[in-house]
Design a protein around this ligand. Structure first.
Ligand code: RFL
Length: 407
């Protein structure tokens, strides 16, 4: 819901051209683009700097996104430290199938843990570009979004004082659990949702990767995934019932299931290790349309969630941030509103394309364990087609890498 103007007796108003709510990949990238063009902005974040710099999440970044960061001077560490991946491996029916997407498309995936990217973006924004970022804020509230002078109020940690920031635009980059999306009054945006009816147990193991590439196990017990994060830490996923309790997955059960679902002829054994993260994610998606309400512009997970099935969420957050950051700069520095006017449409084209791919991939990953022999049969047929038809493989590779030219 939208809130009225801050109470006149509240703290005196400060001014900024843009207030960015949320310091994830989307908010920090928008902030950096604005600072590079000397557009003043304030980033508000509920967590501490240390917390956001260590929160484990994504790892797979698409090449176009890396190039987008590079063009904006934000990829120096990433390019020095990220691994470039050129293939993945599917394991099903007891066999290994290598899928060389680089050979099909000439593009790579990069593996760079999200906390490292966030650390780079915070350092660049706050320490290098001198950006204003306020951590640990509470009760962030949006006001007057349909006027040309909206405001954001928040409570400062420590003092408990209420502050008001009057601005021209609010960038809602506060993720899936933020408050900016809820500031859109009912009936002013359509929210489409999809629930996959499956859960994934997301695991981080203190163990080196067990393969030189990403592994996808498609097994009658359910999907399993393996993704390198660093030489010391590996992410694994195990399909499980939605809402399952991570306590149902003690160490031995996790490794037994991973061995079963990722097992294949000639596959080297998994490197096992202590599980340092274990949480159940219920697979669901949503899309808010349009992404703009008055002077509020939503970006990243605040505006659309893509279940991590296809590892797309952070890439979409960066895509939004490039569009939105550039559009705000064009508005402020040149009076050019074309980017802002086209923002929602341009973002949502890629969002819907990725949502469709996520659904397609869900069919492949989850079909064999659905208990429905017809679904199991068709999902295996879909999977085999990737290894029998170059046309099917190329189409898949383009979507997997997000490299299709036009969105
Ligand atoms: P974020 O990263 O959630 O950042 C939002 C920030 O806003 C703060 N916040 C607030 N700040 C101020 N006021 C409020 N009221 C606030 N409420 C919240 C939060 O503390 C946070 O700092 O959103 P953003 O920037 O849109 O970025 C989205 C990505 O983080 C997300 O899509 C990805 O992590 C999804 N994802 C993956 N994406 C990929 O592209 N590749 C991957 O390999 C990949 N793997 C994953 C993933 C997500 C996962 N989880 C945990 C859902 C693997 C996992 C396990």
């Amino acid at each position: 819901m939208t809130h009225p103007s801050p109470h006149p007796n509240s703290a005196p108003e400060a001014r900024s051209t843009v207030v960015v709510v949320g310091a994830g990949p989307a908010g920090l990238t928008v902030g950096n683009i604005l600072r590079a063009a000397a557009v003043d902005c304030v980033v508000l974040e509920t967590e501490s700097r240390q917390f956001i710099e260590t929160r484990p999440r994504a790892g797979v970044i698409e090449e176009w996104a890396v190039r987008g960061l590079e063009r904006r001077g934000l990829a120096e560490n990433l390019l020095a430290r990220a691994q470039a991946h050129s293939l993945c491996e599917f394991r099903f029916a007891g066999e290994r199938f290598r899928f060389d997407y680089h050979e099909l498309t000439d593009h790579h995936h990069y593996v760079y843990p999200q906390p490292l990217l966030v650390t780079d973006l915070v350092r660049e924004y706050a320490d290098v570009r001198g950006g204003d970022i306020r951590f640990g804020v509470r009760d962030v509230t949006l006001h007057d979004l349909e006027s040309d002078r909206p405001a954001v109020s928040y409570t400062e940690p420590g003092t408990g004082e209420r502050h008001v920031l009057r601005c021209e635009f609010v960038a809602g980059c506060d993720g899936a659990r933020g408050v900016t999306r809820d500031a859109i009054p009912e009936g002013r945006a359509r929210v489409s949702r999809r629930d996959y009816g499956v859960g994934w147990l997301a695991l981080l193991a203190e163990a080196p990767p067990s393969s030189d590439c990403v592994l996808f196990g498609v097994h009658p017990n359910g999907f399993a995934g393996h993704m390198a994060r660093s030489p010391e830490v590996t992410r694994y996923y195990l399909q499980c019932p939605p809402g399952d309790d991570p306590q149902n997955w003690p160490h031995d059960r996790v490794w037994a299931e991973l061995r079963a679902r990722l097992g294949a002829t000639d596959a080297p054994p998994l490197h096992e290790g202590r599980l340092i993260e274990k949480r159940v994610l219920d697979m669901h998606d949503y899309v808010v349309e349009p992404l703009v309400f008055g002077r509020l512009l939503l970006a990243g997970d605040a505006g659309h969630l893509t279940a991590p099935i296809a590892a797309k969420g952070m890439n979409l957050a960066l895509h939004d941030a490039f569009l939105l950051g550039d559009a705000l700069v064009a508005h402020v520095t040149k009076g050019d509103d074309s980017g802002l006017d086209g923002y929602s449409h341009a973002s949502l084209r890629r969002v819907w394309d990725y949502q469709e791919f996520s659904q397609f991939l869900s069919g492949i990953y989850h079909g064999t364990a659905s208990g429905d022999p017809f679904r199991a049969g068709t999902s295996l047929a879909r999977l085999r087609r990737l290894f029998t038809s170059r046309a099917a493989a190329t189409a898949f590779a383009e979507q997997y890498l997000g490299s299709a030219a036009a969105f």
